[in-house]
Design a protein around this ligand. Structure first.
Ligand code: DAH
Length: 380
C-alpha cells in the first residue's frame, strides 16, 4: 500500500491546472467564435459546455479535491465557464440576428409584383354572343323562353309538322335517348313519344305556345345536338336562337322588320337583308335570310371587286331560316289559325359569331382554348 503523496497538489494538476483550464477555455472560445451558423454553434455548445465537455468534467472534479484546494480551483473553472457561457450567449445573439437578416432578405415579399398572375375566368364567346343576340330581341319586347335539351320527339318533330318518315328523324341526323314506351333516363319517355337530344330550338316554340297566353313574343337561345362528326363547319353540339311571335294580324312584313332590326343591332345599320324561298315543315311560307356582307358590302360580287373571304365573294351571307308559322302547328298547339298568325325564325349562334368575327373553323368555338376566348376580351 502506498502512503499519501504529500507533493501532490490537485489544483495544479491536470485537468485543473491554470494552464489546462485556460487551454480548455481558449479552445471553447475559439470554437464559439468560429461557429458560422446556429447549427455549428450548437455543436460547439455541446462540445465545450455540454455534460461531457472538458470544462464540465473539470467542474465535476472540483468536489473531489481536498477542501483547501476546492475554492481556488472552483474560482478558476467557474470563471472559465462563465466566460464560455457569455461568449455562447453573445455568439447566439449575433448568429440569430444574422439568421433573421437572411430570412428578411430571402423571404421578403415584393409587394410591387403583379398580383393577378392567375388570369380571371371569363364567359365563353359563344355565351357572350348568345346573350347579345338575346338582348337584341329582349330590347324589342320579346321574353326569354327555355326548353329541355333531352326533348320528346313529339315537340322536336311531330308538333312541328315533320312527317313520320322525314329524313331528319333518322339516326344519322338525330341522337336518340329513349324509344317510345321505353322509360329512358329519368323515365322521360312516354308510350307515344321517344326522347331525343333536341336537334334545334324550334320545340321551344311549341312549349311556349302551349304554356303562355297570347299574344306571344319569345326568344329562346339554347344548345342543340346532331349526329354530326366534328369538322371545320359541323359540330355535334351547337347553339341556336329561336324567335316566335304569335298575334292577330302578323304578316311577313313584321317578320322582315324584326330580322332587319336584328341585323342593324348586331352588324351595324345600313346592311340590306334579303329573303329567298325555302322550306321548313313548321313554317309556310318559309324563307332563308341573307344579309349583305358586312365586310365587302357586296363589292366582291361586282365585276372587278376584290375577293372577300367572309362571304366567299357572294356579296351576301346566309344568317337565318324563318317563315310564317304553319297553321298546322298553330292547330297542334290549340291556337285558332283564322284569328291568329305568327312568324318564327332560327339562327345558329356559332355561325353568327363566326360571321361577325371572321372565325373560319367552328372547332375553335368548341375546344375551349383560352387563346381563342381571350381574343374576345374577358367579360365576366
Ligand atoms: N329549326 C331550323 C333548323 O334548325 C331553323 C329554323 C328555320 C327555325 C325556320 C325557325 C324557322 O323558327 O322559322 O334548321
Amino acid at each position: 500500500m502506498s502512503g499519501p503523496n504529500t507533493n501532490y497538489d490537485p489544483v495544479e494538476v491536470t485537468p485543473l491546472s491554470p494552464d489546462e483550464v485556460a487551454r480548455m477555455r481558449d479552445e471553447a472560445l475559439a470554437a464559439i467564435a468560429s461557429a458560422r451558423t446556429l447549427e455549428e454553434l450548437k455543436e460547439a455548445r455541446i462540445a465545450h459546455f455540454g455534460d461531457k465537455a472538458p470544462l464540465t468534467l473539470a467542474n465535476a472534479e472540483i468536489g473531489a479535491l481536498p477542501p483547501q484546494a476546492r475554492a481556488e480551483a472552483g474560482k478558476r473553472v467557474g470563471a472559465a465557464r462563465a466566460e464560455v457561457k457569455r461568449a455562447l450567449a453573445e455568439r447566439t445573439a449575433e448568429l440569430e440576428a444574422e439568421r433573421d437578416r437572411q430570412v428578411l432578405l430571402t423571404e421578403a415579399v415584393d409587394v410591387t409584383l403583379p398580383w393577378d398572375r392567375m388570369p380571371p375566368g371569363a364567359r365563353h364567346p359563344v355565351t357572350m354572343a348568345a346573350d347579345r343576340l338575346t338582348d337584341v330581341f329582349v330590347a324589342m319586347g320579346y321574353e326569354v323562353a327555355e326548353g329541355p335539351e333531352a326533348e320528346a320527339e313529339w315537340y322536336n318533330f311531330d308538333a312541328l309538322n315533320f312527317p313520320p318518315d322525314h329524313p331528319a328523324r333518322e339516326a344519322q341526323d338525330t341522337l336518340f335517348v329513349a324509344a317510345p314506351g321505353d322509360a329512358g333516363p329519368g323515365g322521360k319517355s312516354s308510350a307515344h313519344s321517344g326522347v331525343i337530344l333536341r336537334t334545334h330550338t324550334s320545340p321551344v316554340q311549341i312549349r311556349a305556345m302551349l304554356s303562355r297566353p297570347l299574344p306571344l313574343f319569345v326568344v329562346s337561345p339554347g344548345r342543340c345536338y346532331r349526329a354530326d362528326a366534328l369538322d371545320a363547319t359541323h359540330s355535334p353540339v351547337f347553339h341556336q336562337i329561336e324567335g316566335l311571335a304569335v298575334d292577330e294580324g302578323l304578316t311577313m312584313a313584321d317578320l322582315r322588320g324584326a330580322i332587319q332590326s336584328f341585323v342593324d343591332a348586331m352588324f351595324g345599320e345600313g346592311l340590306r337583308t334579303r329573303f329567298r324561298p325555302d322550306f321548313f315543315p313548321f313554317t309556310e311560307p318559309s324563307a332563308d335570310v341573307s344579309m349583305e356582307c358586312h365586310i365587302c358590302r357586296g363589292a366582291s360580287a361586282r365585276p372587278g371587286g376584290e375577293p372577300c373571304r367572309v362571304c366567299r365573294s357572294q356579296g351576301w351571307i346566309e344568317i337565318a331560316g324563318c317563315g310564317m308559322v304553319n297553321p298546322r302547328v298553330l292547330i297542334a298547339c290549340g291556337i285558332d289559325p283564322d284569328r291568329y298568325s305568327g312568324f318564327a325564325f332560327g339562327l345558329g349562334i356559332e355561325r353568327t359569331l363566326m360571321i361577325g368575327h371572321g372565325v373560319t373553323d367552328i372547332r375553335d368555338t368548341t375546344e375551349g382554348d383560352v387563346r381563342f376566348s381571350r381574343a374576345f376580351g374577358t367579360e365576366i
